[in-house]
Structures are given as C-alpha cells and as structure tokens.
Design a protein around this ligand. Structure first.
Ligand code: GRF
Length: 231
C-alpha cells in the first residue's frame, strides 16, 4: 500500500489538492487551445486519479491553454521554439525543463512539434500523443481533409505511445465517427474533439493505474473496454 504523506497543497483560486508519495507525475505539453489538457486535468481532479499534473509546458507564449492550467494551480512553463536555431537545441532545452519535474509520463496534447529521435528515446514508453486520425492512416497535418479526400466512411482519433517515427507507435485507444455526406474539416474536427476528450483522459488514467502493457507494437489494456464510452 502506498504511504500517505498527508501533505496538502494550497493552489490558485483556493483549490486544494492532496497527494501521496505513490502519485504519478504528469507533464503535459501544449501549443495552443489545450482542450485535451483541460479534459485530462479535470478528469484527474474529479476522478481523484493517483496522479498529479506537475506542469504544463508550451512552446508558444500565446497558447490559450496556459491560462486554464494556471487557473487550476498547475505550474506552467514556456520553452519558446522560435527562440532556438535548431530542432536539436530546442528539444534539449525542452527536455531539461520537463526533467525538472521528474515526470512518470509526458502527455503531448496538441503539441505541434516534430520531435528529434534522442528526445523521443529519452521518454520511451512514457510519452503519449493524440492524433486526429485512425492511425496508421493519415499521418501528419490536415488529417480531416486527408480523410475527406480519401472518401473514407469512418474517421477517428488515436491515442498512442510516441516513437521516433512521426505519428506511429503502439496504439492505446481509438474512437471512430461516421463521415457524413456534408462533412467539412471543421465539422469532422468538432465531432471528433468530444471523443478526444473522453479517450485521452481515459488512456492517461490507464497509464497511471498501471493498466497498460506494451508488447512490440501492441498495447494490452487491463480494463473493461466496453465501459461508458460509446465510440
Ligand atoms: C487535437 O485535435 C489533437 O488531436 C491534435 O491537436 C488538437 C489539439 O487540440 N493533436 P487541443 O489543443 O487539445 O484543444
């Protein structure tokens, strides 16, 4: 049984968060709106996960999600990508900032950067991403337009562990929506976002509760996959 330290942290806006020594530490990286980060932070708090969001880090000063994180009392930090001459230099600075918090898990939530292999290796097995397509289809950008152009009838979103190959890596969970006759990039994106906000927090929770086992490219989830979320 984990030992309760019994410390209380008094956070912004009078919120109180209690944690114990066995709590998993999560760092979330964002570049913009941060709605997935919000969903994860709120689920962690409301469902009392054995985890604490120890920092939200952005590569852009204007990322709207920073304000929400601060309002929850989550420490925020900036590592501004455009201040660095090379991808390697940025990733090294970002890694140094992340590692100040000794996270068990790094969560990419709309973090719009291609990461270098050494950075990815450093967080092997403990870095997750959400990608707005049914991987392995439609990697890269403009995934909803790619789906429309391909004429697929089902589209979706994927939570996966991050590996050096962009938008690959062992798949943790997926959600699907039907592509409708009059769908646009915007309508597909909006419909999928509500699914993102369900499956991403759930996947992060599985990780912190030790329910994920990776064998090769496959992730075994030790949970009831028929619970509560209608895909
Ligand atoms: C989401 O659609 C996610 O799938 C993609 O980027 C978007 C980020 O949205 N990787 P938000 O910043 O979490 O609101």
């Amino acid at each position: 049984m984990p030992t309760l330290i019994g410390r209380h942290f008094y956070l912004g806006l009078g919120l109180v968060q209690r944690y114990n020594a066995a709590m998993k530490k999560i760092v979330i990286l964002i570049s913009g709106r941060g709605s997935n980060m919000q969903a994860i932070a709120l689920a962690a708090k409301e469902q009392q996960w054995p985890a604490q969001i120890v920092a939200v880090i952005s590569n852009r000063a204007d990322a709207a999600g920073l304000e929400f994180a601060a309002s929850l009392g989550i420490p925020t930090a900036l590592v501004i990508s455009k201040d660095f001459a090379t991808r390697e230099a940025f990733d090294a600075a970002l890694q140094a900032e992340i590692d100040r918090y000794s996270p068990d898990l790094v969560v990419l939530a709309g973090f719009m950067r291609i990461l270098t292999a050494p950075f990815v290796e450093h967080y092997a097995g403990r870095m997750m991403n959400i990608h707005p397509s049914l991987l392995p289809s439609f990697t890269g950008l403009a995934t909803h337009q790619q789906a429309l152009d391909a004429g697929v009838k089902m589209h979706g979103v994927t939570v996966h562990f991050v590996t050096a190959q962009l938008d690959h890596g062992p798949i943790i969970d997926q959600a699907v929506v039907r592509v409708l006759q009059n769908d646009t990039e915007e309508s597909l994106s909006a419909r999928l976002l509500s699914h993102e906000h369900l499956i991403y927090p759930r996947a992060v929770r599985w990780f912190v509760e030790g329910k994920l086992t990776v064998k090769g490219n496959c992730v075994h989830v030790d949970a009831d996959l028929t619970d509560n979320i209608e895909n």
